[in-house]
Design a protein around this ligand. Structure first.
Ligand code: PSV
Ligand code: MN
Ligand code: MN
Length: 426
């Protein structure tokens, strides 16, 4: 849909302005003792996985307005992500959701992944929907269910996910449970937790030793009175119960308004239990909007904690799995994903600019104003030329969204797949 040569041609037309802006910023940072190329290399190395379920329009329960040209199968989803990766060189993997993405022809998929320079990031289980041929229902829960037959079905589904993942060299199983209750008295909290822990242990025991289980939490929805894993503390305690290869996954949208997410990140890093991140933007809750679109300063503060933890030798946390978990109701999903990656990299770059030595001194000396100003200084720096330069140096587009539009990609996809093609998603 867009060749590397076309990307270079488009870059050529933007090069002059880019160089001007880049030189100014690079010189300014250089004067302050910041190693610019090191920052660029770190940004270029940062890769964010794209979920297979975010390539179509999400919709709400009130309606859905398809973008047209949505991917109709796993192969086309891989092609779409390959396209994103060609443009920004920062989305080199895909997360699968079973049973939506059951791999059929594994060798052909492996070849397609290699052609698109992609790998499989994680496999996500789905026990929040009943499948047509399913013998028991998840209506009253899956891993927490009162009936062992339902629990075993959900356990087996997760084991199947691991096996699908193994065939494609994945190493992560992500578990998000919709289990919970809608009314007081409906569910016995302690027994539901215990059954969940034991079910997760059966799955954990079936996982290869080099795999990680990521456990996501969410305070509400689909249940509105209680969720079995509503918060990071519950995820954390389940991880402790399971073992070292279980980690907490933070999804930015899974917090109640005004939650101090950056502090949660700091805590989990301190315990060495932060396994992964689902990026999105949120105003009210699990809105799944474009990353960074609503609260960019909070997003920066979260990245500041992440960079602080990742660069502190005292922190013993495994490397993190980064993924976008968004839904697109009004935008072209591919443009939204490009915007999200751009926002993630921009915010990461700002966090890399924080003067950590000075910040630490200000914190230890209780200089509140200087500490805050150091953060604001990094946050207010326009680092977009650094991100563009990282993409250019990696062979991507200086301006991925402009390149996407210039190449009329959505129009091409509609022509190929039709106006009414619908992708599976949330
Ligand atoms: C539902 O809230 C959800 O958005 C979770 O964040 C999961 O990660 C995702 O769906 C896929 O199951
Ligand atoms: Mn999520
Ligand atoms: Mn969610």
């Amino acid at each position: 849909m867009i060749s590397e040569q076309r990307i270079q041609e488009l870059n050529h037309s933007l090069q002059d302005d880019h160089q001007f802006r880049f030189n100014f910023l690079a010189e300014w940072l250089d004067r302050r003792g910041i190693a610019v190329q090191e920052i660029i290399d770190q940004v270029a190395a940062f890769q964010v996985a794209i979920p297979s379920w975010a390539l179509g329009t999400g919709g709400t329960r009130f309606g859905r307005f398809p973008a047209g040209g949505e991917p109709r199968n796993l192969e086309e989803k891989i092609e779409d992500i390959g396209l994103l990766h060609r443009l920004n060189r920062s989305s080199d993997s895909i997360s699968l959701h079973i049973p939506w993405d059951i791999p059929k022809d594994v060798p052909a998929l492996q070849q397609l992944l290699a052609e698109n320079s992609l790998t499989i990031d994680s496999v996500n289980s789905n026990t929040f929907q009943d499948q047509p041929d399913q013998p028991f229902s998840y209506k009253f829960g899956s891993l927490c269910h009162t009936d062992a037959s339902v629990r075993n079905l959900a356990i087996q589904h997760n084991i199947d996910c691991i096996n699908y993942g193994k065939a494609l060299d994945a190493k992560t199983l992500t578990v998000w449970l919709a289990d919970g209750s809608n009314f007081p008295g409906q569910q016995h909290f302690r027994r539901a937790y215990q059954r969940t822990a034991e079910s997760l242990a059966s799955i954990y025991e079936s996982m290869p030793a080099d795999w990680t289980m990521l456990i996501e939490y969410k305070p509400y929805e689909p249940h509105f009175y209680s969720m079995v894993i509503p918060d990071w503390g519950t995820s954390y305690s389940l991880c402790q119960y399971l073992g070292q290869n279980a980690q907490v996954l933070v999804d930015l949208g899974h917090h109640l308004p005004n939650t101090n997410i950056e502090q949660i990140v700091g805590r989990l890093l301190h315990f060495g239990r932060l396994g992964g991140f689902h990026f999105n933007g949120s105003m009210y809750g699990d809105d799944d909007l474009t990353t960074g679109s609503i609260k960019p300063y909070q997003f920066f503060l979260i990245f500041n904690e992440l960079v602080d933890g990742m660069t502190d030798p005292a922190v013993k946390n495994p490397s993190l799995a980064w993924m976008i978990d968004a839904s697109h109701n009004t935008k072209d999903p591919l443009e939204d994903l490009l915007q999200s990656v751009q926002s993630i990299l921009t915010t990461y770059t700002k966090a890399l600019l924080v003067n950590r030595v000075a910040l630490s001194q200000a914190q230890e000396g209780n200089d509140v104003v200087v500490a805050e100003e150091l953060l604001k200084d990094a946050f207010q720096t326009d680092v977009r030329p650094l991100v563009a330069e990282a993409m250019r140096q990696s062979g991507g587009a200086l301006d991925p969204i402009a390149a996407y539009r210039a190449a009329h990609i959505r129009e091409g996809l509609i022509q190929k797949r039709g106006k009414l093609s619908i992708a599976t998603g949330l």
